[in-house]
Design a protein around this ligand. Structure first.
Ligand SMILES: [Zn+2]
Length: 123
């Protein structure tokens, strides 16, 4: 996953959540903090993502809100029957997941691949 599209998706989702709250309460709200889940299989560098996100936040309605990035564990299934968190290897920009039981890399990914807004805290 690329850093910029991931950051844009997070901003889009966060603003949508805030917009929903504003409609429900019929007033503008101020966001104190957003908590973002980053799947460990996404290959995203948390440091780089937080830098890009900070720039987008500054130019948006979320200006001055804090952000917290949480790395979420991957969840995969393997043909050998294993299900759970894979072993990970980082090869340059890519993350390779391996079954810890049989060492195969053909895994069915159930989670931990993308980014998501986990929580929006209002001021
Ligand atoms: Zn396996």
């Amino acid at each position: 996953m690329e850093v910029y599209p991931a950051a844009e998706q997070i901003m889009h989702d966060a603003l949508e959540i805030v917009h929903g709250v504003e409609i429900k309460h019929k007033r503008k709200v101020k966001v104190k903090k957003i908590v973002v889940g980053v799947g460990e299989l996404s290959g995203l560098d948390l440091h780089e993502l937080s830098k890009v996100l900070a720039g987008l936040i500054e130019d948006s309605a979320l200006d001055r809100c804090q952000m917290e990035l949480l790395e979420l564990p991957g969840n995969v299934a393997c043909r050998c029957g294993f299900q759970g968190r894979p072993r990970l290897f980082r090869l340059k920009e890519r993350v390779v997941a391996e079954c810890p039981k049989c060492k195969k890399e053909e895994l069915l990914v159930h989670g931990g691949e993308g980014v998501s807004v986990e929580k929006v805290e209002l001021a």
